[in-house]
Structures are given as C-alpha cells and as structure tokens.
Write a protein that binds this ligand. Structure first.
Ligand SMILES: [Zn+2]
Length: 59
C-alpha cells in the first residue's frame, strides 16, 4: 500500500465582491483595488478617472 495522499482542495478566494465603480469590471476578494470611501476601482486608470486626475502639468 502506498502512502496516503490527502487531496488538498485549493482555497479558492476568487469570490466576487463588488464591481469597479468606473469601468464596472468585477472585483474579486483578494484582488488589489483602489478604494475611495465606499467606492472600489479595479486599477490605477480607473482610480485616476475617479479623482479626475490628468497628466502632470506645470503651473
Ligand atoms: Zn475599473
């Protein structure tokens, strides 16, 4: 008889949590997101859009 090998089921942490408040992409638990108050943004671009960030400029 061989050694007993327990089958480990990977802990799936990709549960849908919310959607990006800018582009609407699904946001899963464990994903790195930008957060402003109660709003979540899936990436830097969406975050920049949310805060009305523009290209760096000299004033
Ligand atoms: Zn987004």
């Amino acid at each position: 008889m061989g050694a007993f090998k327990a089958s480990v089921i990977p802990d799936k942490s990709d549960k849908l949590v919310d959607h990006c408040d800018d582009c609407g992409s699904p946001i899963y638990s464990g994903q790195e997101v930008w957060k402003i108050g109660g709003n979540l943004y899936c990436n830097t671009d969406c975050f920049k859009t949310a805060i009305n960030a523009v290209q760096p400029m000299r004033i």
